[in-house]
Design a protein around this ligand. Structure first.
Ligand SMILES: Nc1nc2c(ncn2[C@@H]2O[C@H](COP(=O)(O)OP(=O)(O)OP(=O)(O)O)[C@@H](O)[C@H]2O)c(=O)[nH]1
Ligand SMILES: [Mg+2]
Ligand SMILES: [Zn+2]
Length: 363
């Protein structure tokens, strides 16, 4: 990076992509920092030298129309300094290179931001109870939509024999999914070196998955230190939502990692590129239909119908594509009444947020 003033931030992932935005948004006397954690209206920020806390002042709460206007873990922010550096506040949030967000439960239009400016999302699924190709497809839509590169980590391999693991990987291939997959046991340490090798300095990674799949166990293993709490799962494999805070950690080897609370429900909303990228195989086949507006119903020379009949396209994979697409387009358009309701709901959510002084609700 050419610009001298940003040198110290480079190790936190600041790069050329952000420079122009920083110049435009950060005023005189302001400085740049990366959000390491969000605790209500107090944020932990890193400026390349040290961590300190910064406050979110009233203007955010009045001006912000949508949840995505607030800073989230991983964001770059312009900071204002007060009382001879005794106190810092957030002035603005830089545009995001990537953002993983999901539909917040309850409200029509609201998103919950999970993490910003992530390079690679580790989709963590435990192979004993949790793994399912349809669920993986949902995670992929979420991650691809956020412009983040996905990598699959299958944990608890110590509980599964090699044959069953092989079948899972076949299921993934059969569904037409190409994804780098790492097999990991947090018990035996299998696969840990492969993950460490993958993690590059100045890049940001996050652990995404259901509760109890071993995200925090993996984080601790990478840290080489049982620093964060983990908790056993129920007999049916259900986790207890042990992790409640998202914290960006700068690792010794130079990369950054965010552990996340387990995701309960993966509702898909307003996605477009995410679906296209995750179901590329289907779009490629559909391009071969005789009619460009083929609905893949009764039209002649439909490539999708043919591919399903020839076992070239997995019907469950195709059904999941239709389901996710329907879910998404339903959310996107809605009736005018619904949209209005959504707007009111988001205002209500914003005022509730204000009252509770709570910025993001965890799962
Ligand atoms: N056998 C086995 N158990 C594991 C493995 N990884 C994690 N566990 C166990 O699974 C349970 C849940 O692990 P956590 O690391 O707390 O799971 P988490 O994904 O962080 O869960 P939340 O914080 O609730 O989202 C703990 O009892 C771990 O000891 C593994 O690779 N093999
Ligand atoms: Mg955890
Ligand atoms: Zn067709």
């Amino acid at each position: 990076m050419s610009d001298e003033p940003y040198m110290a931030l480079k190790k936190l992932g600041f790069d050329d992509w952000f420079v122009d935005h920083a110049k435009r948004l950060c005023g005189q006397g302001q400085s740049l920092g990366r959000v390491m954690a969000v605790d209500r209206d107090r944020l932990v920020v890193h400026d390349g030298e040290e961590e300190f806390s910064a406050e979110l002042l009233g203007k955010f709460f009045y001006a912000a129309e949508r949840a995505t206007a607030f800073p989230c873990v991983g964001d770059w922010v312009c900071l204002e300094h007060h009382d001879s550096d005794q106190f810092a506040s957030i002035d603005s949030v830089l545009p995001r290179k990537s953002l993983i967000k999901r539909k917040a439960s309850g409200y029509n239009d609201e998103f919950q931001m999970l993490a910003a400016n992530i390079d690679v999302a580790f989709i963590v699924m435990s192979c004993d109870y949790d793994f399912h190709v349809r669920k993986l497809e949902r995670f992929l839509v979420l991650v691809n939509e956020g412009r983040v590169k996905p990598v699959l980590i299958l944990t608890k391999t110590d509980l599964m024999d090699a044959e069953d693991l092989g079948m899972m990987q076949e299921d993934i291939e059969d569904a037409g999914i190409t994804i780098k997959t790492l097999l990991v046991s947090n018990k035996t340490g299998e696969g840990l070196d492969a993950i460490k090798q993958l993690m590059l300095p100045q890049k940001t990674y996050c652990l995404l998955g259901s509760s109890g799949v071993g995200k925090t166990s993996l984080m601790n293993l990478i840290l080489g230190d049982a620093r964060f709490e983990t908790q056993s799962v129920s007999a049916s494999g259900e986790g207890k939502h042990t992790t409640v805070r998202r914290h960006l950690l700068l690792l010794e080897q130079g990369s950054m990692l965010i552990d996340m609370p387990g995701i309960r429900e993966l509702a898909i909303a307003e996605v477009s590129e995410g679906i296209q990228e995750s179901f590329e195989d289907i779009l490629e086949i559909a391009a071969l239909c005789r009619f460009s507006n083929c609905t893949h119903g009764n039209e002649p020379d439909c490539a999708i119908v043919a591919a399903i009949e020839n076992d070239e396209l997995d019907i469950e994979h195709y059904d999941n594509y239709l389901k996710i697409q329907k879910e998404s387009s339903h959310k996107k358009s809605g009736t005018i009444g619904e949209r209005r309701k959504g707007k009111n709901a988001s205002r209500l959510a914003a005022s509730k947020t204000r009252n509770k002084k709570k910025i993001v609700s965890e799962d």
